[in-house]
Design a binder for this molecule. Structure first.
Ligand code: NAG
Ligand code: NAG
Ligand code: NAG
Length: 395
């Protein structure tokens, strides 16, 4: 560390400089800001699974084991979110505005403010636009190792080389995208609340991308973070979750695809034939949330609204917990004494299917539970646009 020349500056600056030095000294011990569990879809996976902070390859065998000793895993369908990524170009523009504002206008006694002004540069550039970062590749590499440890008969090297594991990346859904583009157009402009949120995101990106407890994290306390987390949950709830029926229905294809794979695996299994071991599909938070919602997971009794913050503190729909970077939904088919059972894991923790009262119900029971969706839920029908006379604005 460079020596700090204390005597040449005034007392105020000395105090500020000292606090920065001390903050840097404590980095090795305290690398995670207190607000790190509120970042919603910008949460690090290891801040949702805390034991991974110490050992990123740790698998809790008692948590991830088969439902009983008589069961063995026969098929896995994994729906994953991509890993840590850069902010989108739109967000980078907001971060730049925040930075410019702070450099030009901000003053005050806060120790971290001087630190930001003298020792932080705006290093995000628009060309980074949402690309996966190195840490993002690590997220999936580590997840793959943990899944191989958890399901050694399915996620094996042999199955990989024998092409018995299928990999897919989801294509974007046209109708969902149209809505997104429309809403983004409405949200283009910046206001002062955007800037507060920009600081929140900066803190999240600096942690997720650079593993740094950034000085920006000090601009918000835990109460602010809870509110901003709720704001993001509201957005996801109304755009991708239970808010509107169409949100859930956008995952009809994925839902059918999931059950087609399970059905095929169970069919082959019942015939006593070998089949594919696993499918790994990679998509977005926007892929995982509608599927979770379609299947009835994490549904709150009353809708999340802006008036509801305080009563919704204990809500189930918390995107920080549901869809951090590298979030994963695992559907595991087990053979248990001649029965097929299905178990669901979210982010490597078992979660019961809604209203089924068994950690790993019979596969047929799960199918019966979702029979309405299995027979209906036609993506094309659900997402059909009403025929109106559009002006063609695509030039
Ligand atoms: C949340 O707000 C909505 C509408 O503002 C209301 O209908 C609902 O009852 C509220 N829920 C709770 C738990 O207060
Ligand atoms: C700026 O950050 C660098 C790298 O962490 C550190 O060595 C240096 O002491 C900091 N300077 C000030 C004034 O905080
Ligand atoms: C593993 O999971 C079990 C069951 O939930 C829990 O009691 C235990 O503390 C976990 N172990 C570790 C190291 O996280």
């Amino acid at each position: 560390m460079k020596p700090v020349h204390l005597l040449s500056r005034n007392k105020h600056f000395v105090m500020a400089a000292l606090s920065i030095v001390m903050a840097h000294v404590s980095y090795s011990k305290l690398t995670v800001p207190a607000i790190a569990t509120y970042f919603g879809t910008k949460c690090r996976y290891e801040d949702v699974n805390l034991h991974l902070r110490d050992d990123i390859l740790f698998v809790n065998k008692s948590l991830m084991g088969p439902p009983s000793a008589a069961c063995k895993a026969v098929h896995l369908v994994a729906v994953l979110r991509h890993g840590t990524r850069y902010p989108t170009a739109k967000n980078i523009r907001k971060l730049a505005s925040l930075y410019d504002l702070v450099m030009a206008e901000a003053s005050g006694p806060a120790w971290w403010l001087e630190g930001i002004k003298s020792n932080w540069t705006m290093w995000y550039t628009e060309d980074m636009d949402g690309k996966l970062v190195t840490k993002g590749k690590e997220d999936h590499r580590h997840l793959a190792i943990r899944l191989a440890k958890t399901f050694p008969t399915l996620m094996s090297r042999d199955n990989l080389l024998g092409e018995r594991i299928e990999f897919l990346t989801s294509s974007k859904h046209r109708c969902v995208d149209s809505v997104k583009a429309f809403q983004e157009g409405l949200h283009q402009h910046l206001d002062v609340r955007d800037l507060v949120e920009a600081a929140f995101f900066l803190c999240s990106y600096e942690l997720a991308i650079k593993s740094e407890n950034s000085l920006w994290c000090n601009t918000l306390d835990e109460v602010d973070a809870e509110v901003l987390e709720y704001k993001n949950d509201l957005k996801q709830y109304w755009k991708r979750g239970y808010g509107y029926d169409i949100n859930r229905k956008s995952s009809c294809s994925l839902f059918h695809d999931l059950f087609r794979r399970l059905e095929e695996a169970s069919h082959y299994y019942r015939l006593g034939k070998a089949t594919k071991a696993a499918t790994v599909q990679v998509g977005h938070a926007e892929t995982l949330l509608p599927l979770l919602s379609l299947m009835g997971f994490f549904r709150d009794k009353t809708p999340l609204t802006a008036e509801n913050f305080s009563v919704q503190r204990g809500r189930k729909f918390r995107t920080s917990q549901l869809v951090p970077y590298a979030a994963n939904l695992l559907f595991v088919l087990y053979e248990c004494r001649d029965e097929l059972r299905l178990q669901f894991f979210l982010n490597e923790k078992p979660v019961q299917f809604p209203s089924m009262g068994h950690p790993a119900p019979l596969y047929d029971t799960v199918r019966a539970h979702y029979s309405k969706l299995l027979q209906g839920c036609d993506f094309n029908k659900e997402c059909e646009l009403p025929k109106v006379n559009h002006m063609n604005t695509e030039l």
